[in-house]
Design a protein around this ligand. Sequence first.
Ligand SMILES: NC(=O)c1ccc[n+]([C@@H]2O[C@H](COP(=O)([O-])OP(=O)(O)OC[C@H]3O[C@@H](n4cnc5c(N)ncnc54)[C@H](O)[C@@H]3O)[C@@H](O)[C@H]2O)c1
Ligand SMILES: O=C(O)C(=O)C[C@]1(C(=O)O)C=C[C@@H](O)C=C1
Length: 298
Amino acid sequence: MLINRLVVIGVGLIGGSVARDARKFGLVKEIIGCGRGEANLQKAVELGVVDSYTTDVADAVKDADMVLMAAPMGAFESLFRAMKPALSPNTIITDAGSVKGCVVDDAIKVFGEVPANLVPAHPIAGTEKSGVEASFEGLYRDRRVLLTPTEQTDPQATAKVRALWTGIGARVDEIGVEHHDKVLAATSHLPHLLAYGLVDTLARMDDSREIFSYAAGGFRDFTRIAASDPQMWHDINFTNRKAILEVLDLYRADLDQLRHWISTDDSESLMTCFKNAKSARDHFSSIFHAGKPGDGDE
Ligand SMILES: NC(=O)c1ccc[n+]([C@@H]2O[C@H](COP(=O)([O-])OP(=O)(O)OC[C@H]3O[C@@H](n4cnc5c(N)ncnc54)[C@H](O)[C@@H]3O)[C@@H](O)[C@H]2O)c1
Ligand SMILES: O=C(O)C(=O)C[C@]1(C(=O)O)C=C[C@@H](O)C=C1
């Protein structure tokens, strides 16, 4: 058995999906859920996603082999504080958060250094749905998971977290914390910001929301992710502020360029941009296997 007692803090889409597969693949003996919303945790027990739950973080982690933090990024510092008095030095702490630098920073704030058994991780898979009822088996099959161990991280702890993810079918890579946050700002955080921004702009153009009656597949594909949980994305934008602002500024300049080409009838430049973008998007489709809920290319 890889893990005797797994504690999942935040049993939502991501934590719930890991728990389902960890059980299905026989990687864990016991799963304890922990969080704030009792109704969600009760549902998690009813669905068989966790064996039991508690809303007391210290109580949850005290005899854990591994703790998986799958709550919004803004909760991490207070979760570290709450678990600190009860943590055994043998307990591995890992997470599924979308930003990695803040996990390391929050850990240093609370523990005074990066604990040797902290293995920050990020599964690059999800959907726009949230809560345990949105969790499902197979979310991580053939999906990438990025581990960002630090120089202080014990390689045995990293190996165990890697074994959890590969055991549920994911493809695991290791990457530096800063590089992770820059790349994800560009490929995940900026698209979500733009989708939220566009839908809000259109909603404010038309109080009656009549405009949406005439929208179809293009609008749906561009904006699916604006249906994601606002708290989660609020936290991501503030915890990865620097990298997001950098790529947002780059995109703003390019938007101005697009505007300029249209206003000056620069057909060649606009066409070159669209052809480049199509070629890059076709390449992405060829390396990304779609076909799961949320993939958008179905
Ligand atoms: N949704 C995605 O596509 C996706 C993909 C990869 C990683 N992530 C990351 O995974 C984490 C969880 O996202 P999710 O989509 O499962 O969200 P979710 O809303 O489905 O689940 C989050 C859970 O955390 C609980 N929670 C909220 N505040 C808490 C607190 N202070 N203490 C304890 N529990 C708390 C909520 O009750 C909920 O059950 C986030 O950090 C997110 O950035 C999300
Ligand atoms: O498919 C979706 O709905 C997602 O938003 C998943 C997605 C992304 O691809 O940007 C969102 C946040 C993550 O941290 C990882 C994956």
